[in-house]
Design a protein around this ligand. Structure first.
Ligand code: ADE
Length: 225
């Protein structure tokens, strides 16, 4: 998979890819991540990429021309499955969306700033608008990092068996069951007996029941869906 991220603040985005699972995925060549500084595509001498809103109103708007130059340049080199735009008024990211994106070959992610982008960018270039929740960040970069993390960890070969994505919360619309490690007893607080029993079928049944209980208590909306 190849991910091209268009941003005015590449420095905000690089560190998540330089540690742990994402770093390893890049080293193993399971994913390529490329950053494009939108200012490099500015068409004037001031590296300007934003301007005042037509019709008045507070806040700057990201201009179409540098974005067009950047996206069109990328598209002239290869096919892209999707062009994502990170915005608080997009569709809220779910595990299902992450699963879909993880099957794609090449995607572009555009990070918004200020008031956002000229509507014509959204109309002409964007195939999917994604929010990471009902709150407003100062830009789309951290949201893009969240999407990349959720997607890259699903790519075949990125996670070992010990951290398999199949047992994650949300993967089957259920939250994960409680988990424990040694010691089996600490300050009198005990690990549930069944987990120490070595009885695989009973353990599986216990986990299923706890996953259901957790979901009922914390996220009943997931069961309604
Ligand atoms: N940009 C600003 N806020 C955002 C959010 N909640 N999700 C995605 N992109 C954003």
């Amino acid at each position: 998979m190849r991910i091209d991220i268009i941003t005015i603040l590449p420095e905000l985005l690089t560190s998540p890819f330089e540690a742990s699972i994402l770093k390893r995925a890049i080293e193993k060549k399971l994913v390529e991540v490329h950053f494009h500084n939108l200012r490099d595509f500015s068409t004037n001498n001031y590296n300007q990429i934003d301007d005042y809103q037509f019709g008045g109103g507070a806040g700057m708007v990201m201009m179409i021309e540098p974005i067009d130059k950047c996206i069109s340049g990328l598209k002239s080199e290869r096919n892209y499955d999707e062009v994502l735009y990170m915005t608080p008024d997009g569709k809220t990211l779910t595990q299902g969306i992450a699963n879909q994106l993880s099957t794609m070959e090449n995607i572009i992610i555009l990070c918004g700033h200020y008031k956002g982008v000229d509507q014509r960018v959204r109309d002409q270039f964007i195939t999917r608008e994604i929010s990471i929740g009902d709150f407003v960040l100062s830009g789309g970069e951290l949201a893009a990092a969240v999407v990349c993390d959720a997607v890259i960890r699903l790519l075949p070969g990125v996670l070992g068996d010990e951290t398999s994505a199949l047992t994650d919360s949300f993967q089957d619309d259920l939250l994960a069951p409680p988990i424990y490690t040694r010691p089996a007893e600490y300050k009198g607080w005990k690990v549930p007996e069944v987990l120490l029993s070595g009885h695989a079928a009973k353990i599986e049944a216990w986990r299923e029941q706890k996953a259901l209980e957790n979901t009922k208590n914390r996220r009943p909306d997931l069961l309604e869906e």
